[in-house]
Design a protein. Structure first.
Length: 231
């Protein structure tokens, strides 16, 4: 698959989140590009080999598939069945491509358990994962966001890591991606309030130029966060 050069504008707010994301993911190519998120690639060095990882709102699979290729046991879910179908087809294409290249080139792992689910549909079973990854999951209004973070924290085993990247309020000046709503954006104070028990390994605001398909493109105001759950 190749990334799309254009994408339709997001619907106002997220009053019908599934319809909004289905419409965006229905466009040809990969909305957020084929490469994994750079923050995730950098922070994945913290993960133990063969970690059990949950990728939340995984979209078309760019992050979950990369994690699986690093040898992790990955579970992923997204609200959009169109996105999940694209992720499954892309995974099959990658396996076939590696197979054609010969055994020496095959990835260590490319098995992802893909699911169609929303935040309130997902089974946040306690102590299930070694790490949870939430990259730009800012579709959530404050009430849903609280349930999301409660669930992600609950499903982490003690000592597990939560890796989050999102946009800060300054992103409203750039408008190069994100929900375009102040109440959906992150600050360090907000993340601390959502995870009062966390040991913060990373919590920083910064700016960078993103090149993640058409969905995240241009100068951006970001927050990187890695939280460890106490043992």
């Amino acid at each position: 698959m190749t990334s799309s050069a254009t994408t339709p504008p997001p619907a106002p707010g997220f009053t019908d989140a599934r319809a909004t994301w289905d419409a965006r993911f229905a466009q040809p190519g990969l909305l957020f590009g084929a490469e994994p998120n750079a923050f995730l690639v950098r922070e994945a060095a913290r993960l133990a080999p063969a970690s059990r990882v949950l990728s939340v709102a995984d979209g078309e699979g760019r992050n979950s598939l990369w994690l699986a290729e690093q040898g992790h046991a990955v579970t992923a879910f997204d609200l959009s069945p169109i996105a999940v179908d694209k992720a499954r087809r892309w995974a099959a294409e990658r396996v076939a491509s590696q197979g054609n290249a010969g055994p020496a080139s095959r990835p260590r792992g490319l098995s992802v358990a893909f699911h169609v689910a929303g935040v309130d549909d997902w089974d946040w079973a306690p102590d299930r994962f070694d790490a949870v990854v939430a990259i730009f999951v800012q579709f959530a209004d404050p009430a849903l966001r609280q349930r999301l973070f409660d669930g992600m924290w609950r499903t982490l085993q003690p000592g597990g890591l939560l890796c989050v990247q999102g946009y800060t309020p300054k992103q409203l000046d750039y408008r190069t991606g994100g929900p375009g709503r102040l109440d959906h954006l992150y600050t360090p104070e907000l993340l601390r309030s959502l995870l009062p028990e966390a040991e913060w390994l990373v919590l920083r605001e910064h700016e960078a130029t993103l090149q993640e398909g058409a969905g995240h493109a241009g100068r951006s105001a970001l927050i990187d966060a890695v939280a460890r759950k106490p043992r």
